[in-house]
Design a protein around this ligand. Sequence first.
Ligand code: SF4
Length: 229
Amino acid sequence: MPAAKAVPKTSSRPSAKAEAARVQEIFDRFAAKDDHPRTELNYSSPFTLLVAVALSAQATDVSVNKATASLFPDADTPARMAALGVEGLMPYIQSIGLYRTKARNVIATANILLDRYGGQVPLDREALMALPGVGRKTASVVLNELDIEPAIAVDTHVFRVAHRLKIADGATPDKVEAQLMAVVPGPYLTRAHHWLILHGRYTCVARRPKCEQCIVADLCPSRELFIGG
Ligand code: SF4
């Protein structure tokens, strides 16, 4: 495990400076481990990314990838998706939670993309969030994944890891997102979402976090709660 960098002690605001150094070091280590983190959802275009992210609400990436492995060869564009229709789409995604609602939203979105955007996905937040079933989190994931707008969508993993590392303490995902956007070093803003998700998915898991394997354990105020527990 890399050693923590020394934090300078001479400062008119030492605690703020030390905290900034701690956060910087946390993300330096994530970057050293994986410089190009990406979503684990499979996609090949902005449209298939949008569909995959929309399907992933309250579902695992693994289950979505399983469904889209059959779906996307048959419907990887708004025109082909719209041609399936709701009834045609449902069999592909019926293993995913809320599939009826998601099928209606995906088909409605495909039709809107055809009618208003020439079959393209509009890559700005306001237009994305106007699409059926596309909320702030889905829009953030799409825009961030495509390197269009830095965003840190806060799901259960990001929320938990941010709280345990004490880099955010907001009571809601929106508050945690705002706090993270304020403290994560600028060069890391587009990748922080993925690092925090992957850290929460594989290391800082909900019930028994793997603190012994954690690359930022010496920077984590919550470590003592779990080690030896
Ligand atoms: S030390 Fe433990 S609680 Fe802290 S971030 Fe690492 S895995 Fe999570």
